[in-house]
Design a protein around this ligand. Structure first.
Ligand code: NI
Length: 169
């Protein structure tokens, strides 16, 4: 069990596409460390590349800040269906500290993934689950929230981010 260092944007690893895990690969220790890191951050989601692991996995828990923990580890996750209807939520990222931005995404998705014991799951997600899962899945394809907003908003937010980073350095 360990809290891992989280990479800060614009680390080039956050812009790369991750490779699938080998089916059956033992990542239980890594997953435990990723949960420790996410809870310590504190955050609701953490993807492999954010801790320098260029593999397709992420961990999420969208309820723990308000009450009970509901940890979900997603290995080789895939969106198998997405609604045409979009929903916009204010998103933040542990790799882009100090700024949040409105991101529009499908309001409902069906996600398929394997857990750390290599059991397959398929579930419809809405609300914070859908937002969080899509945000983390984006990380596995080298996409961050800056890439999901318009150029003008992005320029302002990048300046705010640089200032926040400077202030905390
Ligand atoms: Ni993020």
């Amino acid at each position: 069990m360990a809290v891992l260092p989280i990479l800060a944007w614009p680390d080039p690893r956050l812009a790369r596409t991750c490779t699938p895990l080998e089916h059956g690969e033992d990542v239980t220790a890594l997953v435990a460390d990723m949960f420790d890191t996410m809870y310590a951050a504190p955050g609701r989601g953490l993807a492999g590349p954010q801790v320098g692991v260029m593999k397709r996995l992420f961990v999420i828990d969208v309820t723990w800040k308000e009450g009970d923990r509901s940890p979900v580890a997603c290995l080789n996750p895939e969106i198998v269906a997405a609604s045409g209807e979009l929903s916009t939520a204010q998103e933040a990222c542990l790799s882009i500290r100090g700024v949040a931005m409105p991101v529009a995404r499908p309001a409902r998705i069906t996600l398929r993934w394997w857990d750390a014991a290599w059991q397959m799951h398929q579930q419809e997600m809405t609300g914070a689950w859908a937002t969080c899962a899509q945000h983390e899945l984006d990380h596995l394809d080298g996409t961050v929230i800056f890439d999901r907003v318009g150029a003008e908003l992005r320029a302002g937010l990048e300046a705010d981010y640089a200032a926040a980073k400077e202030a905390s350095a």
